[in-house]
Design a protein around this ligand. Structure first.
Ligand SMILES: NC(=O)C1=CN([C@@H]2O[C@H](COP(=O)(O)OP(=O)(O)OC[C@H]3O[C@@H](n4cnc5c(N)ncnc54)[C@H](O)[C@@H]3O)[C@@H](O)[C@H]2O)C=CC1
Ligand SMILES: O=C(O)C(=O)Cc1ccc(O)cc1
Length: 360
C-alpha cells in the first residue's frame, strides 16, 4: 500500500517496551527518525541497542508525531504530558482501551485535544519488553484508528500514515465501539484462556505429558503479563462484564447438556463455536478462508528443517502458520503447516514424493 504523504518524522515514542520498540524498528526500517523515552533506563538502552531509535537530542526539531506506548494505567497522564510538552505534534497511543484515556484528557480541560487521535494495533505477543520486539510485528495486521469528535482531519491523516509506514491495515471506528469490539475479540478470549490454563497449573505432571497442539492454541495468550492484563480488563470493565455474564449463562447450559448427555444441545453449542471460528477474517483483512493442517515428521538432524522448507517452497504452496511440537519419546519434531484448504492435497503429495512422512 503506498504511504500517505504525511509521515516525515521525527517520531517520539514514549515507552520503549514491546510495542514502542517494535514501532521504532518498523519506522527505522523506512528511514524515519525515531526518538525514544522511557522511565526504565534498561529498556531504553535495550531498545536503542536493537536500533529502534535514539535519545531525544539536546538540540532537535520538534517531533511531528508522539506515540504513547506505556502501560494502560499511565496512558491518560502520558497523553496529557505529550499534548502539553509538544504543542506542534500530533499525539497518538497504542493502548488496548480507548474511552478511559480520552475521558481523562477531556476531564483535564487541556487545550489541543484536536491533535489527539487514538490507535490500537491488534498485534503483539504474550511477551513484554523491548527484547521481544520485532520490526515485522504489524505487517498485514489490523490497527484500530479511533478519532474522537474533535480530532482534526490532518491529525487523523498523520496517524493513518504511521499505520501505513509500519505495514499495518487501518480500521477506523469510534473509541466507544472499539472498546466493545476488543472486549469480544481480545479481552474475553484472554480471560477464558487464563481460566483454561489455570486448570493446567494444578494438573498432575503425568497428565501434562499428553499436551498436544490444541491445548497450546487455546492457552497461548494466557502467558501474557498479569500486571498488564489486569490494567486492560479493569479499564474496559463494563463491556467485559457484560460478555462474562453471557458466558456464565452458556456455561450453565453446557454443564446441563454434558451432565444429562444431551447430545442435541451439545451439537448446537459446538456448532455455534464452529460458526465463530469461521467468522474470524483471514489475514490481511480478507475474507475468512478455510484452512487445513498438514503434519510432517522431521528428524532431529542438522539441515532437515532447511530441507523441509526448501521442499515446501518448491511445491509453490504458501504457509499461513506453523507450529512445531516435540515428540518427547522420539528424536523427531512434528511440524504442523497451516495452508489454504484447497492447496493441502497438493502440498501433501509434493512432500510425500520427496520422501517426507506426512499426515492430515
Ligand atoms: N502486549 C501487547 O501485545 C500489546 C499491548 N498493547 C498496549 O501497548 C501498551 C504497551 O504495552 P507493551 O509494549 O506490551 O508493554 P511493555 O511492558 O513491554 O512496555 C511498556 C514500557 O513503558 C515504560 N513505561 C512505563 N511507565 C512509563 C511512563 N510513565 N513513561 C515512560 N515510559 C513508561 C516501561 O518501562 C516499558 O518499557 C499498553 O498500553 C498495552 O495495552 C497494544 C497492543 C498489543
Ligand atoms: O498475542 C497476541 O496474539 C495478541 O493478540 C496480543 C495483543 C495483546 C493486547 C492487545 O491489546 C492486542 C493484541
Amino acid at each position: 500500500m503506498p504511504d500517505r504523504p504525511g509521515l516525515q518524522g521525527p517520531v517520539l515514542i514514549v515507552g520503549a517496551g514491546l510495542l514502542g520498540t517494535s514501532i521504532g524498528l518498523a519506522l527505522r526500517r523506512r528511514g524515519i527518525s525515531v526518538w525514544l523515552r522511557d522511565v526504565s533506563p534498561e529498556n531504553l538502552r535495550a531498545a536503542m541497542g536493537l536500533g529502534a531509535g535514539q535519545l531525544v537530542p539536546d538540540i532537535a526539531p520538534p517531533p511531528q508525531l508522539v506515540v504513547v506506548a506505556v502501560p494502560p494505567d499511565v496512558i491518560g497522564e502520558t497523553l496529557r504530558w505529550a499534548l502539553g510538552a509538544h504543542r506542534g505534534a500530533v499525539v497518538t497511543d497504542v493502548g488496548s482501551i480507548k474511552t478511559g484515556p480520552l475521558e481523562q484528557l477531556r476531564a483535564s480541560g487541556l487545550s489541543g485535544l484536536s491533535r489527539y487521535v487514538g490507535g490500537h494495533p491488534m498485534a503483539g505477543s504474550e511477551r513484554s519488553g523491548p527484547l521481544a520486539a520485532s520490526a515485522a510485528m504489524f505487517d498485514g495486521r489490523p490497527w484500530a484508528v479511533t478519532p474522537h469528535q474533535d480530532s482534526a482531519t490532518e491529525a487523523v491523516d498523520v496517524v493513518l500514515s504511521l499505520v501505513a509506514a509500519v505495514g499495518a491495515l487501518p480500521v477506523r471506528m469510534s473509541p466507544d465501539e472499539h472498546d466493545r469490539a476488543v472486549a469480544r475479540t481480545s479481552h474475553l478470549p484472554h480471560l477464558l484462556a487464563s481460566l483454561v490454563a489455570g486448570r493446567l497449573a494444578e494438573a498432575p505432571p503425568g497428565h501434562l505429558a499428553l499436551s498436544g497442539q490444541g491445548v497450546r492454541d487455546v492457552t497461548r495468550v494466557a502467558a501474557g503479563d498479569p500486571e498488564l492484563w489486569q490494567q486492560i480488563v479493569t479499564g474496559n470493565a463494563p463491556a467485559v462484564v457484560h460478555l462474562l455474564r453471557e458466558v456464565r449463562e452458556q456455561l450453565d447450559a453446557l454443564i446441563a447438556a454434558v451432565s444429562k448427555s444431551n447430545r442435541e444441545e451439545l451439537v448446537r453449542i459446538l456448532s455455534r463455536g464452529v460458526e465463530g471460528t469461521r467468522a474470524i477474517p483471514g489475514k490481511h483483512g480478507g475474507p475468512a478462508r478455510e484452512m487445513a493442517s498438514v503434519f510432517v515428521s522431521v528428524p532431529d538432524r542438522a539441515g532437515e528443517m532447511g530441507r523441509l522448507f526448501a521442499d515446501v517452497a518448491a511445491s509453490g504452496v504458501s504457509i499461513e502458520d506453523i507450529h512445531i511440537d516435540h515428540d518427547p519419546g522420539r528424536p523427531t519434531g512434528l511440524f504442523e503447516l497451516v495452508v489454504a484448504d484447497d492447496s493441502s492435497e497438493h502440498l501433501l503429495a509434493a512432500l510425500e514424493s520427496r520422501g517426507w512422512v506426512t499426515h492430515r
